[in-house]
Every structure is written in C-alpha cells, then in structure tokens.
Design a protein around this ligand. Structure first.
Ligand SMILES: NC(=O)c1ccc[n+]([C@@H]2O[C@H](COP(=O)([O-])OP(=O)(O)OC[C@H]3O[C@@H](n4cnc5c(N)ncnc54)[C@H](OP(=O)(O)O)[C@@H]3O)[C@@H](O)[C@H]2O)c1
Length: 291
C-alpha cells in the first residue's frame, strides 16, 4: 500500500464545511500534492452525498491528477437525505448489493475506474463477515478496489472480518484527547496483523482551537505550546508528530480546509519527539502521572 503519511480528509471541504467551488478544490488538491499529501479520505455520505462528485470534477477536468493521488472512500452508512429519497431512517447496510452499488457510485463521482482503498464506515450490527468478504473479493477481482479496510470497529469485529478477508486498514478516532485506541487493543491489533491505522480527528476535531477550552484541553495546549518552542514547531504540529511517532505507524487524517495547514502537517513527518516529551503530552491529557 502506498499512502502518504499525512492524509487529507475532505469531509469539511464541501457543504459540511468550507463550501468550496471547483476552483478551490483544484487549488487545495494541487497544494496538498505539492506538499507530499497525496492520499485523500472520502466517504460516500460526505456533504450529504455531494463531496465526492465535487472533488471528482477536478479529476474530470485534469485526469492526469488521478495518477498522482490515492483515493480512499467508505460505504455502509445509509443517511436520510434528499439525495437518497429511498432512505427513511439512518441505518447501516453492509450487504453485498449495497457495497457494490456504493463503489460504482463513488467511482463515477470521483471520475476514476479504481479506488485505492474502500473502508466499511461503521460496524453494522447485522453485518455478515462472509457477505462482506464476498463483496470485497468481487471488487478486488474486478480491479475496482485495490485495498480494503474498516473504520470504527472493535478489535473483535475486525478479527471476525479478518478471518474471512485480509483487512489492511483500520480508521479510528485517535488523538491526544481520544486515547482509547492506545489502550483497548486497537493499535496492538494493527501491529499484530500488519494493518495500517488511520487516525481521524487527530486534532480533536478542532477542539484544541476552541476559544473556551476545558481543563484537559488547557493542559494539553500549554504542554504543546512549550514543546512547540523547544522543537521550533507549532502546537498542532506537535500533536500530529505525537501520533506519527507511535510504533503502529499511525497515519493522521487531518480535517483542515486550509492548504497552508496541510503543508505544515506534512512537515511534521520529519519531527521526532523525545520519549519523555511524548509522555509529557500523555500526562497532560490524562491529568495524572502514569502508574
Ligand atoms: N471514519 C470516520 O468515521 C470519520 C469520522 C470523522 C472524520 N473522518 C475523516 O477524518 C477527517 C478529519 O477529521 P476531523 O475534521 O475531525 O479532524 P481534525 O484535523 O482533528 O479537525 C479539523 C478541524 O480543526 C480545525 N483546525 C485544524 N488546525 C487548526 C489550527 N491550527 N487552528 C485552528 N483550527 C484548526 C480545522 O479548521 P480549518 O479548516 O479552519 O483549518 C477543522 O475544523 C475528516 O475530514 C474525514 O475525512 C472519518
């Protein structure tokens, strides 16, 4: 698998956030590529089912761009939306038919004939591992999808699917304010099974920049600011390098819509925090000394 170490999440590039026009998508895509951030994280539902197509319009205008990037998308959530009038209730669907239909739509939206990776967006209570494996087998055989993964699964759910089909990626919420994956077996399992962990919400989904920070955020900010001075970096850069340093090889999926922040994040792949500094941040997050 060849994904960039920092991944650009596009969830807030369309109507769920920045509301980019095609020229703005064009600009941020090219600036990301120039900065070495070549992997883009999508989901069929982003922007109420509209963001994939808005992003894809840029590839449609300049197909050569496709060769310089990796596209990740997700499926499995059925959102209630004017774009899906047949959905009456928000629910999950990981059936063979839903997965294949969703991939065909994503390919069309993104103006491409293959996805670098497809993730099951959320664990579906009714999911049948054999059926998902059958869908993944068909997508692999047709060349429509190169790599497969899941998102927000428990280690047990992942292991079940992995027993039927090799899972290669696990995308989970993971940051200095969301430490569960470090402790609940998720990152251990990624190392054990050679799975690439992708961290969504790597900056606490913007929580660090809240003008009214809570006590935990205040502690982390102070610590990150001190370390930013020490390493001639920025506080958000320090928090990304904190994730990048974990031995599981975490790839942060950053959610910014500002090209300069993407370039700054890419530079963090070269920063190495001393072990004690890494634990200083951990301690700032938990509020107590390690046992
Ligand atoms: N698999 C899943 O279930 C799942 C769930 C949620 C998200 N995701 C993926 O993960 C991606 C990232 O998630 P996220 O948005 O929660 O990530 P995040 O990177 O933790 O947060 C992004 C937010 O932080 C703000 N921000 C970043 N740097 C800043 C700075 N220096 N100063 C002030 N504000 C700053 C951004 O605003 P600006 O735009 O102004 O920079 C944006 O609102 C999404 O785009 C999506 O691709 C996946």
């Amino acid at each position: 698998m060849q994904f960039s170490k920092i991944i650009a999440g596009v969830m807030k590039w369309g109507v769920w956030g920045a509301g980019f026009a095609t020229t703005e998508y064009d600009r941020i895509i090219r600036q990301s590529l120039d900065a070495g951030v070549s992997t883009f994280d999508h989901a069929d539902i982003y922007g109420d089912y509209t963001t994939e197509a808005e992003f894809g319009a840029v590839i449609g205008r300049d197909p050569a761009l496709r060769l310089q990037m990796q596209l990740v998308t997700k499926c499995g959530i059925r959102m209630v939306s004017p774009h899906r009038p047949q959905h009456n209730l928000k629910s999950y669907d990981t059936s063979y038919h839903h997965i294949l239909t969703s991939v065909d739509r994503s390919l069309k939206n993104l103006h491409t004939d293959y996805l670098d990776a497809l993730l099951i967006h959320r664990p579906d209570v009714l999911m049948d591992a054999d059926e998902i494996a059958r869908a993944f087998d068909a997508l692999k055989a047709s060349g429509k999808v190169l790599h497969f993964g899941v998102s927000n699964f428990t280690p047990a759910q992942l292991r079940l699917l992995h027993s039927r089909f090799p899972v290669e990626i696990h995308q989970v919420e993971c940051s200095i304010v969301h430490l569960h994956p470090f402790l609940d077996g998720t990152l251990d399992q990624c190392q054990e099974l050679n799975i690439l962990p992708m961290a969504w919400g790597p900056l606490g989904s913007g929580r660090f920049f809240d003008p009214m920070p809570d006590a935990q955020t205040t502690r982390i900010r102070k610590c990150a600011e001190n370390l930013a001075t020490k390493y001639a970096s920025t506080p958000d850069g320090i928090l990304l390098s904190w994730l990048l340093q974990h031995p599981a090889g975490i790839a942060p999926v950053i959610g910014t819509s500002k090209p300069e922040r993407i370039a700054n994040a890419a530079a963090m792949t070269k920063l190495h925090l001393e072990r004690e500094d890494w634990y200083q941040l951990w301690t700032a997050s938990t509020g107590t000394e390690v046992p």
